[in-house]
Design a binder for this molecule. Structure first.
Ligand code: PMP
Length: 485
């Protein structure tokens, strides 16, 4: 037993667990590196310590200084623990898409938290990255950790994570699987394992299906902290310098539902309560292991704990509302769900299937709702609305016309034929004017697996239609009357 002089000395050295249940029947063993057992609860403790030490060494961070970072939470926690212990002020700018629990933890450790919107283009002054840059310029003695471009981030994994895995597996590891956020973990760990094995280790990235790292369209997904998301208004895309793409031999592209349900299995069947990005990584590792033999050994990295996501991925209600869960609530639950209503009306082609729900201005996609693009004119919109049942349709971000369907987070509001005609007749709008001038309120949303009684409660006053969500994507539009009373 060891006594540590400081929590900082306890970072790293995490255990490896064989996934005996999830990997049952597979020839190749799958070992999970439990990074949530780090002192701050995530793999990012390693990068935080490495970046702070490098900044001190390089004279960028001096006594009395302030550490600033744009962080989904975990890097902020690591920087706060390390930074406060070493006497610095810490400011963490957190995306408003991040789980609320993460900000609470940051404050508990003594960070100042600034929330910044994610739903703005990279060029917007309010964008997370611009907010931190401004703060770093304004505050004397401030140092921006910049995990996305800081070489000390991947280097932490060259020096610690990689060697630990090599030693723990006695040099038998043949495949390493991890998600890619900043890319620090996969680049550093992967580079070390390749070098020490003389090129014998294959490195696989686990990417959310629509993330652009592995070739997706960059449209939104639900798994936090990994993948590359592109706001439709962003002009120039740029990948982080912490991500060394030459280290990654291939990708597994994992749909949100598979990620979330795999994380839940990890908790229930293996006793490993991990976050959604761990679900993505394990789902990818299982796919990889299925192709391998007994001489292979897969190591998958679990970045953080599930405790920060109890109100999301570990909440049945949350999963059902977003259309990720369809099982009945119990053995005696026989109430029909929204899916039964859709099936009775002719069904739709199935969530998650490429092509499902994808529809542009004027077309109704394969089973998806008719949509109006936000850059359409009112005249164009009217033509579209004539084909929409009930004359109502969601207005979606112009670039959100994609093979994976419309993400619920890209819906700006609704448009009804009646409202457009009224505005034109009263001279409040012109036919060549933008749809945004007559934009109606948000549509209600219901999950495809929600029982009808629960789905009916989703309608607010004046809301007559709802988007049906499957895997977080809009697959149909239902009218209140179709859900019974
Ligand atoms: N999962 C979680 C939960 C994370 O916080 C992060 C870091 N943003 C990652 C995965 C990705 O790690 P990396 O930044 O090293 O690629």
């Amino acid at each position: 037993m060891t006594v540590h002089e400081s929590v900082v000395d306890a970072i790293g050295g995490t255990p490896l667990f064989r996934l005996a249940r999830l990997g049952a029947g597979l020839a190749a063993p799958v070992y999970a590196k439990a990074e949530f057992l780090n002192i701050g609860g995530s793999v990012k403790d390693r990068a935080a310590l490495s970046m702070v030490l490098a900044a001190e060494r390089d004279g960028l961070l001096r006594p009395g200084g302030t550490i600033i970072e744009a962080t989904s939470g975990n890097t902020g926690i690591g920087l706060t623990i390390v930074g406060r212990r070493r006497g610095y002020r810490v400011i963490a700018c957190v995306s408003d898409r991040s789980a609320a629990e993460k900000s609470d933890i940051l404050r508990a450790y003594g960070a100042e938290v600034v929330l910044a919107p994610t739903a703005v283009p990279a060029e917007d002054p309010d964008h997370l990255f611009n907010v931190v840059r401004r703060l770093a310029e304004e505050i004397p003695g401030a140092w921006l950790a910049d995990q996305y471009d800081n070489p000390a981030n991947p280097d932490a994994h060259v020096r610690t994570t990689g060697p630990e895995i090599w030693e723990q597996t006695g040099g038998r590891v043949t495949h390493f699987v991890a998600g890619v956020g900043t890319g620090g973990t996969i680049s550093g760990t992967g580079a070390y394992l390749k070098k020490v094995s003389g090129g014998g280790v294959t490195v696989i990235g686990a990417d959310p299906e629509s993330s652009s790292y592995a070739g997706g369209d960059g449209s939104p997904y639900f798994v936090e902290s990994i993948g590359h998301f592109l706001h439709p208004g962003t002009a120039e895309d740029r990948w982080p310098k912490s991500y060394h793409r030459e280290v990654v031999d291939g990708f597994e592209r994992i749909p949100d539902r598979e990620s979330l349900l795999t994380a839940r299995r990890l908790a229930r069947e293996e006793g490993l309560l991990a976050g959604p990005s761990s679900g993505t990584a394990v789902a990818a590792a299982l796919r990889v292991a299925r192709r391998l033999g007994p001489e292979d050994l897969v190591v998958v990295l679990l970045p953080d704990s599930g405790r920060s996501y109890l109100s999301k991925l570990y909440s049945d209600d949350w999963l059902r509302r977003w259309g990720f869960l369809e099982e009945p609530r119990g053995a005696d639950d026989t109430e029909p769900t929204v899916r039964a209503v859709l099936d009775a009306a002719g069904g739709w082609s199935g969530a998650g299937a490429p092509g499902a729900g994808g529809s542009g201005a004027g077309e109704s996609g394969a089973g998806g709702p008719v949509t109006v693009a936000s850059d359409a004119s009112l005249a164009e919109a009217l033509a579209v609305l004539r084909t929409a049942p009930g004359g109502i349709a969601p207005v979606v971000l112009a670039r959100a016309v994609r093979p994976y369907g419309i993400s619920a987070t890209e819906v700006l509001g609704s448009l009804s034929a009646a409202a457009v005609q009224r505005a034109l007749a009263e001279g409040r709008a012109a036919p060549d004017g933008p749809v945004t001038s007559v934009l109606g309120p948000a549509l209600a949303t219901v999950g495809v697996g929600q029982p009808l009684s629960e789905a009916r409660e989703a309608f607010g006053p004046g809301q007559d239609a709802a988007l049906v969500l499957a895997d977080g994507r809009a697959v149909a539009l239902v009218h209140r009357s179709a859900l019974g009373s």
